[in-house]
Design a protein around this ligand. Structure first.
Ligand code: HEC
Length: 111
């Protein structure tokens, strides 16, 4: 319990520090799309990407309205890619969420 609290605080402190490289990385649809096609997402070492099973977002077009979107993304990262789940607050997760939201036909994101 204490350990996870400490880890969370450490991560928060590291995020707060914000190096120049981190500052340049703001969540975006473009980054989400890139990660969706990245076999190293979540530290995965295989050849699969999200797009292997969801080419161009096929099958996840309606996921933007899934209340468990974050969990589902992490389930696929851990299960399908054999990677590590991403923290909710990470630029990667935020970007993947933006990408999924951009698949909503009535969204103006990324258009
Ligand atoms: C090996 C194939 C495979 C890979 C690779 C894969 N998925 Fe999935 N994904 C599935 C399947 C199958 C489902 C449907 C699960 C269900 O609902 O029964 C699914 C469901 C989802 C959903 C929920 C869709 C909805 O309508 O709510 C999301 C979001 C999702 N995947 C995102 C991702 C992301 C992000 C990645 C990359 C990290 C990924 N998937 C990689 C097979 C895969």
């Amino acid at each position: 319990m204490m350990k996870s609290v400490k880890t969370a605080m450490l991560v928060a402190a590291m995020v707060g520090m914000g190096t120049a490289a981190q500052a340049a990385q703001t969540p975006s649809v473009e980054l989400g799309k890139k990660l969706f096609n990245d076999p190293t997402l979540g530290g995965a070492t295989g050849t699969k990407t999200c797009a292997s099973c969801h080419p161009n977002g096929k099958g996840v077009e309606n996921a933007w309205q899934n209340p468990k979107l974050v969990q589902q993304i992490n389930t696929c990262i851990a299960g399908a890619l054999r990677g590590k789940p991403l923290p909710l607050e990470s630029v990667e997760m935020k970007s993947l969420i933006l990408y999924h939201q951009s698949l909503n036909p009535s969204s103006s994101l990324g258009k």
